[in-house]
Design a protein around this ligand. Sequence first.
Ligand SMILES: *Cc1c(COP(=O)(O)O)cnc(C)c1O
Length: 843
Amino acid sequence: MTLAAYTPRHVPEALSGLFDIALDLRWTWHHGSDELWRAIDQEVWDATGNAWLVLNSVSGECLESLAQDPAFMALYSRQLESHREFTEAPTWYSDTHPDELGHGIAFFCMEYGLAESLPLYSGGLGVLAGDFLKASSDLGVPVTAVGLLYQQGYFRQALNAQGEQQEFYPYNDPTMLPVSPLTDSDGQWIRILLPFPGRELRLRAWRARVGRCQLLLLDSNDPRNEPGDRGITSELYGGTPEKRLQQEIVLGIGGWRLLSQLGLAPDICHINEGHSAFAFLERAVSWALTHDTDFDTARVANRASNLFTTHTSVEAGFDQFPNDLIRLYLEPWMAESHVSMKQLMKLGSSSGGHSQRVGDEGTFNMAYLGLNLCGRLNGVSAIHSEVTQAVLQPYFPRWPKSEIPAEYVTNGVHTPSWDSREADTVWTRACGKDRWRRPMESSCPMECISDEELWGMRQKQRSHLVSYLRSKLQSQHCEHVPGGNPPAMCGLLLDSETLTLGFARRFTEYKRPDLLLTDTDRLAALINDRDRPLQIVLAGKAHPRDDYGKVLIRRWREFATRPDVEGKVVFIEDYDLAVAAHLVQGVDVWLNNPRHPWEACGTSGMKVLVNGGLNLSQYDGWWAEAWTPELGWAIRPGATVEELSQNNEHDFSDANELYDLLEGSVIPEFYDVDEEARPKAWINRIRGSMNRLTARYSANRMVREYTENFYLPMVSTGSERSADEARAMVEEYRQLECDWPKLRFAGMEVEEGREVDTIKVNAFLNGVSEERIRVELVAEESDYGPREVIEMQRIHSLEGAVHGFAYQACVSKRPAGHFTPRIRVQDDRLNLPLENASILWLK
Ligand SMILES: *Cc1c(COP(=O)(O)O)cnc(C)c1O
């Protein structure tokens, strides 16, 4: 592969601007240029949705003749102009926070779902990262994303006649992907070198442009690398733990080096999931070198501007590597850095920040590495932040769960990537063009959209979906299903007036794709109801090693070929962004019924909002925040995290609730039409859901929340930690760590008063500065009131003690035993207890 493919060989001078637009993934959501690509090569555009491929497949002669065609040239000039306008227009960020983010944000993720023609994703995490980047571009937030360019990406799926999943790994020819080699100012292709055991790994660098943002990609398929190394970036989520570790080193360490080599010096490093935590490490190490400090100083100085977002709900979801593997791969890297193996191992164990604790020996945990090096931590929904608190409890010994500093930003979706043409028309009428580029704060005057128009939109979308499903079934060779009835298998029994339920996601146990199959006869009765039928469209992949997930696919396949429901339940193979987009635009109801509380957020249901689809989902993740009875349906509404169990005890009752909702509310309401043949109550739900939820669950809101609640304050905290300041902090906290075990409590007394009680306690600080600690009283929630944490005042020093003080606080009336005193660190410069979890309770 050479750079020659990227010079405008066959493109006439008059059309040279096509390169720029073809390499800007803005065409994945903007749709303004669809016509242009279709005019160049309709077949390639319709089949692949890849503008870069269109440009590369078309012949020079064809382009020459287009350059002579005034109609085409007019189209082209309009697109060029609109692209220029878009690039130069002021944005929310440039208007509201100009330059406040300094050199911007580096965003790391293992996968990116930006377009089906750039298959670098497997599911939710990647789609979220893609939507995040697109919304950052809309808002002008200066994000540079870093990822891996996989030669095969995630597997592609087909089902055989028995409903067994077949897995294919087509090769992604990088010259056919909408990315270009990243070159330096001399036009040389940028390469990154990484020290590997006994060798050097060469990485090639690529760039995908995402509107105003860019995604930088690394791959190891350099012919000069050893054969095994060339395959490091071949597959996403495949291979052995060793390969996975290699990938994470390439992503984190290689990725940060790439940013440095480009001269970018991001002020914030944001990792999306623990996979990329090595980026924090490399950041600290390179900072230590340039600022001539030791690693601990660099760690303290940097962490304030490191953000760690977790999407995991169970401990087992964190990547862990055998220590031996870490030693093998990181030793060569450490030879160039100021980190010792002992320091490194500590960072990957739960004892990392807090030496009172002996860590789990044996494995190196990427989430703990992230925690030990970040300044803020967030989950992706309110419930998920509580779940994260529980999962991370071992990291914060003796801290109450509710005080574990897991914040949250609920995920959102990039609305313009998911709306249909019909929905776009309706929204444009209600709230104008470009509405998604600015804060989508206020609700839109959807009331001005008549029932007729809204319902017309829904009818058209459903009818498009039915056509799409038929064409997909055709390409799945529907007429050849053995024993099948060809018209049914090919979707001819699908009906564009029938209530359509969609279910598409990863097929894995906790997502319970089979919940609806709990009582197959009850389900078949709904599907076959003569007056009020139901049809179902499904899609989803099971991870190649998830045998149970594959069984679930087969169960649906078996059900779908039952003679009585055949043709009314269809499974679309190879779930990807394009399939997802068609489904969320056309279905009436989106179903999501994961087992509590494993779904960190769940985003697919948000994609139907803009299109007037309704949600029927487990009360979990985002839906627990969004749901109200007028807007949609929830299974086990009001379930709290405490009563959520991770086993299957609710499966049966949840299934029953799901059937009851369908039978008692969803289906009757859909078919309850007025004299104009429109379901009034249903349309009101649509209007409410579009109006009240679309903006709130958009990536637009999400990116603004990250910016205003995290990035901006983190830039300023980060800038306060100079090398000198960080050095002094390290010094101080080393001493504190030695002195902390000498802290003692004694003699708690309660004086009962009429209104309030007074509690006193003596604390012997034995060298720990009284300015550096806080003495508190804690009462857990009980019949006497909510949880309370009350700061105690230092009232006088204790006679006869070397360094002791009496503390006191007035408290509301509760039984005396309800209050427990404790000592913790107090330091406005730190995010506590994340950065220091020292704590002493009065036993
Ligand atoms: C949105 C999306 C997902 C994530 O959906 P969940 O609700 O989080 O399961 C996965 N895959 C594709 C292709 C998507 O578009």
